[in-house]
Design a protein around this ligand. Structure first.
Ligand code: ATP
Length: 320
């Protein structure tokens, strides 16, 4: 069944890309607006931190020949792999990833407009290799900048009160949006647990090396300065360690991670019905995350509630 699904996926992708190159030949006129040639099919995996976006993107890539384009504004930089939760190489199962740890953190913050052009080049390359581009990551400002037909850096698409209800914002690609959601309380508990595990498992040593490399030049890595973990641990490393300071830093990371997750869910809402009107397909990973918290087998719930509906959504997207 897995092989049949894989082949089915491959055929679907090729059909989509073939019809798109026919579209190129028929409709692309040199000098015309880019939107006439930017009709690649793109799968977008969205969700708050800790919901399993990276895992889902790999699960999809093992069924449909795909490459992943990272859309987390902190994970684009080299370094702090544990602190920023980059998917480890071993878990990528050989799936090529773009814009993941590629940029120099000393080069400054990546503007959304620049991300739009870098990620668009990655998508074009993936489509040219006749694979499915899967955009995965939690920065909804980057997702909007990449996918909206028009991007104006002066406009904040998430501004409160800017409701465009009833008016669907045009997309630059043909998109299948998958939103991995987890009940707020369950996610908060899981995120707390994850921070504790990270703190016990390499994050603090990684941050120590980061601050040591900064040396006498604080702010030398502007790309990573805002990564959750860096501001919270700065005092601990710069003004003298101690159990109290350590506990305060871990508590601040927990609170800021929870806040980030809430803000991400609000922004996803704005990309969906209450704003841009993009058709987000929500998959519910609550049972899988709860099972992880309880220490019970969670893979069956993940496959049933997340992978199954996502694969079905991508299959029907590629057939349509
Ligand atoms: P904003 O405009 O608030 O930056 P955004 O949608 O552009 O929002 P988010 O991905 O929500 O970007 O990131 C907001 C902040 O959350 C980042 O500036 C950073 O402090 C933190 N953050 C996001 N992703 C990570 C990560 N992978 N690791 C550590 N911190 C992160």
């Amino acid at each position: 069944a897995a092989t049949a699904k894989f082949l089915f996926g491959q055929q679907s992708v090729m059909t989509a890309v073939d019809s798109q190159s026919l579209h190129h030949q028929l409709f692309y006129l040199p000098g015309r607006a880019c939107s006439s040639r930017r009709n690649e099919s793109v799968v977008v995996v969205m969700g708050a931190t800790g919901t399993g976006k990276s895992k889902l993107s790999i699960d999809l890539a093992t069924r449909f020949p795909s490459e992943v384009v990272n859309s987390d504004k902190i994970q684009v930089y080299r370094g702090l792999d544990i602190t920023t939760n980059k998917i480890p190489l071993a878990e990528r199962c050989g799936v090529p990833h773009h814009l993941l740890g590629e940029l120099d953190p000393e080069a400054g913050e990546l503007p959304a407009l620049k991300f739009r052009s870098l990620a668009a080049s990655a998508i074009e390359g993936i489509a040219a290799r006749r694979r499915l581009p899967v955009v995965a990551g939690g920065s909804n400002s980057f997702i909007h900048a990449l996918l909206a037909a028009r991007h104006d850096p002066r406009v904040d698409p998430f501004a409160a009160g800017d409701s465009r209800r009833g008016r669907r914002e045009r997309l630059r690609y043909r998109c299948c949006f998958l939103w991995v959601d987890v009940e707020k309380k369950v996610l908060a508990e899981y995120l707390d647990r994850r921070v504790e595990e990270m703190a016990a498992d390499g994050m603090v040593a990684e941050l120590e090396a980061y601050f040591a490399a900064e040396g006498a030049e604080p702010g030398r890595h502007p790309g990573l300065e805002k990564a959750i973990g860096v501001p919270e641990f700065r005092e601990y490393f710069e003004k003298g360690k101690g159990a109290k300071k350590h506990a305060a830093a871990v508590a601040a990371i927990k609170a800021n991670t929870r806040r980030l997750a809430e803000e991400q869910v609000r922004k996803i809402g704005r990309l969906g019905e209450s704003g841009c009107g993009w058709a987000l397909q929500r998959v519910d990973a609550t049972a899988a995350v709860r099972a992880r918290l309880e220490g019970s087998a969670w893979a069956a719930a993940w496959d049933r509630d997340v992978v199954g509906p996502s694969v079905a959504a991508v299959e029907s997207f590629l057939e349509s």
